[in-house]
Design a protein around this ligand. Structure first.
Ligand code: HEC
Length: 199
């Protein structure tokens, strides 16, 4: 068989065209997926509440269909007793996120599952019953973050070092943690137990 009679699927031009179509098709699919993802990870969308969620109680209820705990935005329960506008809340959460990045909390902790496994996941740390009743929770978180070496928090037997976090940074970090706890994470972490906040 001469070269010109090569089978269609063995021809060079067929594979060249296929490569071009596959590359172009993947490119279009990636652009679509990028926009689709953005609409699911941006604050103020269905799964990721707007930052002003920190003005509310973050509850969890068991969803029979999905078979895990899902977040429910509860009644007004302003952080540090102060109702914030959307802009103020966004600024506070953003400062908390910057603190978390600057102090490299991910060196020991995971956030939304990303990071290191030395210390507990922080996704729902806001709802840890160990902080005490809702009247003292926010303040005890601030005090812990500023002086963690003095307060054995859980029974891990590991201590968090003092990261020289200022009070303002600690309050912003608490806002960030509260906001993060309201994100619908498809049941992550799987062994999470909701906090009874009615009492
Ligand atoms: C050097 C490792 C290390 C770094 C860095 C670190 N932590 Fe920790 N953290 C720990 C350990 C260990 C514990 C557990 C302490 C305990 O239970 O007494 C802890 C506990 C906590 C808790 C309590 C968790 C819960 O479920 O109740 C919070 C909240 C927390 N850390 C926040 C932070 C934040 C925010 C940062 C960054 C600003 C940070 N940590 C940086 C080691 C670290």
């Amino acid at each position: 068989m001469s070269q010109t009679e090569a089978l269609w699927w063995a021809s060079e031009s067929f594979w060249r065209k296929t490569a071009i179509w596959v590359t172009a098709g993947s490119f279009v699919a990636l652009i679509f997926l990028t926009f689709d993802t953005m609409s699911q990870i941006t604050a103020g969308t269905k799964r990721v509440p707007a930052y002003s969620v920190i003005n509310h109680r973050v509850d969890y209820v068991f969803d029979e269909k999905r078979n895990f705990q899902v977040p429910v935005i509860g009644p007004e329960e302003p952080l540090f007793g102060q109702m914030l506008t959307e802009e103020q809340a966004a600024a506070m959460v953003s400062k908390g996120k910057l603190t978390v990045q600057a102090k490299n909390c991910m060196n020991c902790h995971t956030l939304l599952g990303n990071g290191a496994y030395y210390a507990p996941d922080l996704t729902k740390a806001w709802l840890d019953p160990a902080w005490g009743s809702k009247e003292v929770r926010e303040q005890s978180m601030v005090e812990f973050l500023m002086n963690p070496q003095e307060r054995l928090h859980n029974v891990l037997g590991r201590r968090m070092p003092n990261l020289k976090i200022t009070e303002e940074e600690a309050r912003a970090t608490v806002a960030f943690l509260k906001w993060m706890s309201s994100i619908d994470t498809n049941g992550f972490p799987y062994n999470f137990k909701p906090l009874d906040q009615e009492n």
